[in-house]
Every structure is written in structure tokens, then in C-alpha cells.
Design a protein around this ligand. Structure first.
Ligand code: 5AD
Ligand code: SF4
Length: 474
């Protein structure tokens, strides 16, 4: 009989990718998608540990699930397997089973190819008459196994998103002093080129038209090429553009400024499928803070890279991550960040207050910044970033943008898609057009998306119509 699976995903795109792959791994066991946790035979919380309060969120969600499971059992007699996956699972491990006995399985980001085995063990453990599991029978698998999970994943199932993710690299060896990723995701690892090409082709065959190549440090990619040599990300992007028929758009994230090499910058000029939008976290504009963060570069390097990228691709729009209130950050340091934002100009950005992560070097620093100061700086930074984002979006009004239609929009007869600069755009379109690129004249900007109208084919835009968009921000 068909079983139902509900996966709730927190955090980054890597988790979104992992959730899709966990669904693929469980499909052969008969699991299809459930609408809600309440009607699921199995619920997976795919968790994120990047900032504070992550674990508390997981424990309160588990409380709700325990209730949902009890109600479901009362109403239908059916049981529910509860699993906690992802980075909180990796960091907290057995503590989760101890604090939340309703959890059947705790698994880390590197072991989900073993889920079928874990589900079998968890099911056996629940074989007590009343459906309760035996004391201490929770399944825990948070290894960093010698084998790569990627060697054991089935091909992506049909019905993948138009804009799909493909992990090409995982883990991180950079050890920024604020970050838990090197501890939760493990050492840096790059998948071989042939495996990536195979998965990209399968994603396209399953409905994908745009692929975002993912990695915690994606531009540190150094995978084995078919001829036995090693390729960087630029070479991989060029190869995918040539080798994967039907792949309309390529993006990559998240990058580190130190790994933006010449070949990758050149790919932005040479590969039309590579979209003119880059998420390049800088975190701070102050050299002192960058050093304390162990970012291993100065602010100047970021300015230089941006200049070279824009020379390669003049319509490139940028996004970034910023942390305010890192230990020791002074008003002058913060102003250097504001200056960088004003000088570079961002189409979009994420900004966070520094949050102490146990076990990272930043947590032990004795010059923590007061919460009120962090709040105040975050507000000032976000005011500038928001104004830039609005200006960037406003500059599209009246222009024609090629939009990849992804899914139904808010209203009937509407679809929503993405511009080359990753802006969401709503437009009148037919369901059958999902997965195609259409030209849309942007008419209005809302809080979360733009809206556009169809452009007759004779008025089609050339790429140059949005070439100078970035000027609107700068
Ligand atoms: N505190 C605040 N922000 C953080 N990030 C990572 N760790 C922390 C932390 N301890 C932010 C960084 C990173 C993004 C994914 O999350 O800006 O680029
Ligand atoms: Fe974390 Fe730094 Fe690695 Fe990015 S580069 S995952 S911020 S340690």
C-alpha cells in the first residue's frame, strides 16, 4: 500500500536538495508526498543549525508532531515514524533521542542514503502491541561514513522542480570563526564530473530547466574530470552548458570571495546559460573584522572581484550575506560595511546579527557586542540594503525580461517564474507553459514579486535591454 511522507525543510538550499534526495531514496519503499504531517506515515524534520534557537525550534516542532501522531493513531489506528535529519541532528545526535523519546530516527547530512535500513530498524522497534517503541530503541546514524552518499542515491524521480538544485560540493575547510558548517557538514568534498553530468541530465529529463549548482563552498569545487584531471567550477559550468541538452539556465551558490578564480569569472562572460546573478557573501567591509572572522581576505579583494565580474558580465547583479556585531566590531568597522554596501550596490542581500554558536572560536571571544548595538546596526544596514533592492526592482519597470515560468501563481490563470536576476515575476500564462522562458514587460513591483505582461514576439527583448540595470543601484 502507498505510504505518505512529509518532509519539513529548514535552512539553506543544500537542505532543500537533501530533502528532495531523501524523498527519492524513500520512493522505492512506496513513500509518496503527503499534504500535511497529520496524514503522513513518516515525517522528517530536515533541520538547520546555522544560527541560535535552531534546536529549540526543533524540539517545539517535535512536541506538535507527538500530538499529531497521537491524534492520528486515535482516529485511524495508523502509526507515524518521526525522523530528525540535517545539521541539528548532526550536532545534537543522541541528545535528541534522550530529550524527545517520540523520535524514531536521528540522521546526519551524510547518511541519508541509508534511510531504508534505518526505517526498517525503526519499524521493528515499534513492534510493541500499542505501537510504542521499546525504550532506548531510537535509531541514530550521524556518522561521517567512508562511502559517499552520492554513490548510493537513485536517479531523481519524475516531477522535479523547473528550477532544481544539484549538490556538486559539500562541507567546508575554511573554518570562519562564526560558523558551524565545518563541524556539521564535515570536510570539503567535490563530486566527480561524470556523476554531476548524469544527475543534471536526469534532472532535466524529470522536468528541470534551470539548475543551481550547490555547495557550502561551491566555487572551491575541484572534482575529478573524465580524463582524470581536476576541474574547477568554471570548467564544470562550461561543460554542463555544452553537455546537457535542454538545460536553459545555470546558477551556483554559495561562493567564497577567495575562490573566485579567473576561469570562473571568464565563464560569466562566455556561457550564456550562466545567469547574471551571483550570491557572494562578504560578511563585513572591515579588514579587522574579516581577519577576526578568519575570512582570509581583505575588503579590497571583494571590490576587485566585483569589478572583474562586471567587466566580464556588465548586467551582473549581486547578492551577499552580512553579519553585524561580530565580537570586537566597532562603529568604524560597521561603517566600513555600510560603505562597501553603498559602493558595490546589491540587488538583494541577507543580513544577520552575529549569533554565538557553541564550539566555534567566535563563541569564546571575550569582546562580544551588546545586543542593543547589534539591533541598531542591523536596522541601519537593512535600511540601506532594502532601499537598494527596491531601486533595483523599480528599474525593471517598463523593461522586458526573459522569465522562466516555474509554477502556478497567486491567482488563477497566472504563473510565477524568475527573471535572470532571480526576481519572482507573476504573469498571465497557461499551465502548459511551465518550464518555458517567455518575455515579459514588467509593469509593477510588489513586496515579494514583480508583475509583467506578455510581449508579442516582434517586440522581443535582446539581452542588452537589461544590460545596464545595475546602474540603477550603483
Ligand atoms: N551568526 C550570524 N550569522 C551567521 N551566518 C553563519 N553563521 C552565523 C552566525 N554564527 C550567516 C553568514 C552565512 C549565512 C549562511 O549565515 O552570513 O553566510
Ligand atoms: Fe561557514 Fe565560512 Fe565555510 Fe561558509 S566558508 S560554510 S561561512 S566556514
Amino acid at each position: 500500500m502507498a505510504k505518505k511522507l512529509y518532509i519539513k525543510t529548514y535552512g539553506c538550499q543544500m537542505n532543500v536538495y537533501d530533502s528532495a534526495r531523501m524523498a527519492d531514496v524513500l520512493a522505492p519503499l512506496g513513500y509518496g508526498a503527503a499534504e500535511s504531517p497529520a496524514d503522513a506515515d513518516m515525517v522528517i524534520l530536515n533541520t538547520c543549525h546555522i544560527r541560535e534557537r535552531a534546536s529549540e525550534k526543533v524540539f517545539s516542532e517535535l512536541g506538535r508532531l507527538r500530538q499529531a501522531r497521537a491524534e492520528r493513531r486515535d482516529e485511524t489506528g495508523a502509526d507515524m515514524i518521526i525522523a530528525v535529519a540535517g545539521c541539528v541532528a548532526q550536532a545534537e545526535g543522541a541528545e535528541i533521542l534522550r530529550r524527545a523519546p517520540e523520535v524514531d530516527i536521528v540522521l546526519g547530512p551524510q547518511t541519508y542514503h541509508r534511510l531504508p535500513e534505518m526505517v526498517a530498524r525503526a519499524t521493528r522497534a515499534r513492534s510493541l502491541k500499542d505501537g510504542r517503541k521499546r525504550r532506548g530503541a531510537g535509531v541514530l546514524d550521524t556518522d561521517f561514513p567512508p562511502e559517499s552518499k552520492f554513490d548510493h542515491l537513485p536517479a531523481p524521480a519524475p516531477g522535479q522542480a523547473v528550477s532544481a538544485f544539484l549538490a556538486v560540493q559539500e562541507g567546508c575547510d575554511k573554518f570562519c570563526t562564526f560558523c558551524v558548517v565545518p563541524y556539521t557538514r564535515g570536510a570539503e568534498f567535490s563530486r566527480p564530473v561524470a556523476q554531476i553530468v548524469q544527475e543534471a541530465r536526469a534532472l532535466v529529463a524529470a522536468g528541470g530547466r534551470e539548475i543551481t549548482l550547490l555547495g557550502q563552498n561551491v566555487n572551491a569545487y575541484h572534482g575529478e574530470a573524465p580524463n582524470g584531471s581536476e576541474w574547477g567550477l568554471g570548467r564544470l559550468v562550461r561543460h554542463l552548458a555544452e553537455a546537457v541538452d535542454g538545460l536553459l539556465r545555470i546558477r551556483y551558490m554559495t561562493s567564497h570571495p577567495r575562490d573566485m578564480d579567473d576561469d570562473l569569472i571568464a565563464a560569466h562572460a562566455a556561457v550564456p546559460q550562466l545567469m547574471p546573478f551571483l550570491h557572494l557573501p562578504v560578511q563585513s567591509g572591515s579588514d579587522r573584522v574579516l581577519e577576526a572572522m578568519n575570512r582570509q581576505h581583505k575588503a579590497r579583494l571583494f571590490y576587485q572581484i566585483v569589478e572583474r565580474l562586471r567587466a566580464a558580465r556588465p548586467d551582473l547583479a549581486l547578492s551577499s550575506d552580512f553579519i553585524v556585531g561580530f565580537p570586537g566590531e566597532t562603529e568604524a568597522d560597521f561603517e566600513a560595511t555600510l560603505k562597501l554596501v553603498e559602493e558595490v550596490g546589491f540587488a538583494q542581500a541577507f543580513s544577520f546579527k552575529y549569533s554565538i554558536r557553541p564550539g566555534t572560536p567566535g563563541a569564546a571571544m571575550d569582546n562580544q557586542v551588546a545586543e542593543a548595538v547589534k539591533d541598531e546596526r542591523l536596522q541601519r544596514l537593512q535600511a540601506v540594503l532594502n532601499a537598494q533592492q527596491v531601486a533595483f526592482n523599480r528599474a525593471t519597470v517598463g523593461r522586458v525580461l526573459p522569465v522562466l515560468l516555474e509554477k502556478p501563481g497567486r491567482r488563477a490563470g497566472q504563473l510565477v517564474g524568475r527573471s535572470p536576476h532571480l526576481q519572482a515575476v507573476h504573469a498571465p500564462a497557461d499551465q502548459s507553459e511551465i518550464g518555458t522562458v517567455v518575455d515579459l514587460r514588467i509593469e509593477d513591483i510588489g513586496h515579494f514579486s514583480l508583475s509583467g505582461s506578455r510581449v508579442p514576439s516582434e517586440q522581443r527583448a535582446s539581452r542588452s535591454t537589461f544590460d545596464t540595470l545595475q546602474e540603477a543601484v550603483a
